[in-house]
Design a protein around this ligand. Structure first.
Ligand code: GDP
Length: 152
């Protein structure tokens, strides 16, 4: 019982310190990369890994596979592979939740003042940044872009 409790506490302490983000094509294209990264850093996130790259339609399709039944899946894949993105693996306590708070609602018209999407997003589709929705997905998504040797 005691061991069980200790194990659980250890898991809780270890859980939730990393999240994955992408700065999406329209935000990279319009020169917002630096300002967006600055907001992330000022929001308390430390950059573990950082990369500018472009997704192939195949990779974008795999990345967003959970959305494949949704009507906008094709549009999302086309858009996310339409130009360079900046991928980053980030660290902070309570990372996934705090990052979702920092970026704001999916639709920028519903995003709170001061959030990244409120300031930089163009529309619900072109909404400036991606943020993982769980600890598990953060690890999966980061592994699309970064090997163990690219995490510092
Ligand atoms: P998120 O977790 O806030 O990014 O939102 P979702 O998981 O619901 O959607 C994933 C991504 O799909 C969003 O960030 C948008 O880029 C895109 N998306 C969401 N809704 C729509 C839509 O109605 N049309 C299009 N074209 N894209 C959408």
């Amino acid at each position: 019982m005691l061991l069980l409790h200790t194990e659980k506490l250890k898991q809780i302490k270890m859980a939730g310190t990393r999240t994955f983000t992408m700065i999406k094509p329209e935000a990279v294209e319009n020169g917002s990369t630096g300002a967006i990264l600055d907001k992330m850093i000022k929001g308390g996130f430390r950059i573990i890994s950082l990369k500018k790259t472009q997704l192939s339609p195949e990779l974008a399709g795999k990345f967003y596979e959970v959305h494949k039944e949704r009507p906008f899946y094709g549009e999302l894949v086309d858009y996310m592979s339409s130009g360079p993105i900046v991928a980053a693996f980030l660290e902070k306590d309570n990372a996934v939740l705090d990052f979702r708070t920092l970026i704001g609602a999916t639709d920028p018209s519903e995003a709170a003042e001061g959030t990244i999407r409120k300031e930089f997003a163009e529309s619900k589709a072109k909404n400036a940044v991606h943020g993982s929705d769980s600890d598990e997905n953060a690890e999966i998504e980061a592994s699309f872009f970064f090997t163990e040797f690219e995490r510092f």
